[in-house]
Every structure is written in structure tokens, then in C-alpha cells.
Design a protein around this ligand. Structure first.
Ligand SMILES: C[S@@+](CC[C@H](N)C(=O)[O-])C[C@H]1O[C@@H](n2cnc3c(N)ncnc32)[C@H](O)[C@@H]1O
Length: 290
């Protein structure tokens, strides 16, 4: 999932926003699969951030709101969630999911994670599930999360570990790059899928942002689906940066890229269905008490 290259930070952000605007419906439609994939690790993340009844929680890069709803249920009674995202379309879907679930404690704010503008908001906790790595300046985003917390509040993020620990995502990204005629990239290029998997980087950024007690744990998150075709469908419909990489190709060339990915993904098919291994990095830190 590589966002398209852009020559200025503003162009990068605009391309990121457009990519997720176009994938918003797809990500929302894939939510049942995403929910099953990430349910356990989301529980661990919310426990690490000490999300509990009555808490006020900031959800950064909330997407279509799967983890937003989990937070909203966990803070009942009396708590609140503010879901933020750079894409208005995907955030509108999160809002609709919350309304449909009868969770009136969810509010939304369209915001770039690097410019949340929530300093002094005194949140008890701030989380970001699979969004921070798409920020070209993740330190700025972590500083914004730190500023939004009350003293003593906790932040917790989930990002992808290095490519070798996420072989299916890595092969999809590499294959899309190759078919789009682009050379292989530094896997840790800022703003791209594996950028925060670089050993030691996310701990250093948390510390630089002012967090104390920083610790990172590698957590397995196997993506189980009925078939490789179902995983490819997930990528085709919801992985906006991959879609955007392949968008300039003609229909035949695009079909060849999807076919190439499918062939490689078939290797992960087993007797009990398709199992894509993934490893995520869960990082927690605390804003020092006054
Ligand atoms: C992989 S999705 C994750 C969504 C959701 N947190 C989840 O786990 O289902 C990545 C999300 O990050 C958002 N995003 C990317 N760059 C962002 C930025 N600079 N600021 C805020 N959101 C951003 C996208 O719009 C998208 O909703």
C-alpha cells in the first residue's frame, strides 16, 4: 500500500486524501473482514491505552470507524470518542456506522493527523490504528496526540512491522510498483505502509514527541479469509494507494497486475482457507503527569 509519489508535502497529502476518498466505500464494505482480522489486537490496543468507562478518547485516522465503535462501547457509560481522519468521505461512513449502532457518544472532525489542532483538549487517551505510517511527518502527528492528552493520559498506535513480517502486503506493494513501471522503493520511505516498521524508529518518535514509558510490542495478526481471491478483493476495493498506482494502466495491464498478485497469494492457501501472516507493532506511551 504505497501512496503515489508527490513532489511537495501538500501534494502528498492531497494525493493521500484523494486515494482514501476513492477507497472509502470499499474500506467500509470490507469492515466485517477487517473487524475479524483486527478484533484481538484492537482489544489489546484499547487496554494498553487504558480506555475505560467514562473516558474521553481521541481516535486518529479513524477510517470507516471499526475501532471507533469498539472504543464507544468500551467508554460507556458517560464516555466520548472523537474520530478524526483526513478523508471526509471515509469519516462520514464512520459517523453513519455510529448512528446505525445507536452510539451517540461518537463525534467526528475532519483533520490531518499532523494538524489536529486539539491542544489542551484533555483527552484521557489517544489511539491510532493503522494510520500513523501514512503520515509523511509522523513525529508531528505524535506531538499533536501528545498535546491533545491530559497529563497522565495514554497514547497507543498500531503500525505495520517490516515487510518481511508482512509478506502478503509486501508482495502486493512490490508487484503494483513493478507493473506500474516504477523502481523498487526504500520500504521505510516516510508516508508509506512499512515506514514505521524500521527497527527502533517508532519508539524514538514517541520519545521525541514527549511521551514517557514508551514500549513497543510486536503482535501477530493473521488475516484469515476463505481464499486468496477474497484477499485480492480486499486489496482491489479498499487499498487506495495500490488502486491509484495501477490506475494509469490500461485495463489489460491492470488485469495482468491483479493476476500476478493472485498467483503469488495462492501460496498462502491452506486446507482451512487462506491465511496471510502479518505482524503489527503496538506502541504505548504516556504524557507525563503534572
Ligand atoms: C488503513 S486505513 C485505517 C482506518 C482505521 N483506523 C482502521 O483501522 O480501520 C488508513 C486511514 O488513514 C487515513 N489517513 C491517511 N493519512 C492521514 C493523515 N495524514 N491524517 C489523518 N488521516 C490519515 C486514511 O484516510 C484512512 O482512513
Amino acid at each position: 500500500m504505497e501512496h503515489p509519489p508527490a513532489s511537495t508535502p501538500g501534494q502528498f497529502k492531497a494525493a493521500t486524501r484523494d486515494a482514501w476518498e476513492s477507497a472509502a466505500q470499499g474500506w467500509d464494505a470490507q469492515t466485517p473482514h477487517i473487524h475479524r482480522w483486527l478484533a484481538d489486537v484492537t482489544d489489546v490496543m484499547l487496554a494498553a491505552a487504558q480506555v475505560q468507562p467514562g473516558a474521553r478518547v481521541l481516535d486518529v485516522a479513524a477510517g470507516a470507524g471499526d475501532q471507533t465503535l469498539a472504543i464507544a462501547r468500551r467508554v460507556e457509560p458517560g464516555g466520548q470518542v472523537l474520530a478524526t481522519d483526513i478523508s471526509p468521505a471515509i469519516l462520514a461512513l464512520a459517523e453513519r456506522q455510529a448512528v446505525n449502532a445507536g452510539l451517540g457518544q461518537v463525534q467526528t472532525k475532519v483533520a490531518d493527523a499532523e494538524h489536529l489542532d486539539l491542544a489542551g483538549a484533555d483527552f484521557d487517551a489517544a489511539i491510532c490504528r493503522l494510520g500513523l505510517m501514512f503520515c509523511p511527518d509522523p513525529l508531528a502527528a505524535l506531538r499533536e496526540m501528545h498535546a491533545a492528552l491530559k497529563p497522565g493520559g495514554h497514547a497507543c498506535t498500531l503500525v505495520f512491522a517490516p515487510p518481511q513480517d508482512n509478506p502478503c502486503m509486501a508482495l502486493v506493494a512490490a508487484t503494483a510498483l513493478r507493473h506500474s513501471g516504477k523502481p523498487p522503493r526504500d520500504p521505510y520511505q516516510p508516508g508509506t505502509l512499512f515506514s514505521l516498521g524500521k527497527p527502533g524508529l517508532i519508539d524514538a518518535l514517541f520519545a521525541q514527541a514527549g511521551f514517557t514509558g514508551v514500549r513497543t510490542t510486536a503482535v501477530p495478526a493473521v488475516f484469515r479469509l476463505p481464499s486468496s481471491a477474497a484477499f485480492l478483493d480486499f486489496i482491489r476495493t479498499s487499498a487506495a494507494p495500490i488502486r491509484q498506482l495501477l490506475a494509469p494502466l490500461d485495463a489489460d495491464a491492470r488485469a495482468a497486475a491483479w493476476h500476478d498478485m493472485q498467483t503469488q497469494l495462492d501460496v498462502f492457501q491452506g486446507a482451512n482457507g487462506w491465511e496471510g501472516p502479518n505482524t503489527l507493532l503496538l506502541t504505548v506511551g504516556r504524557r507525563a503527569p503534572d
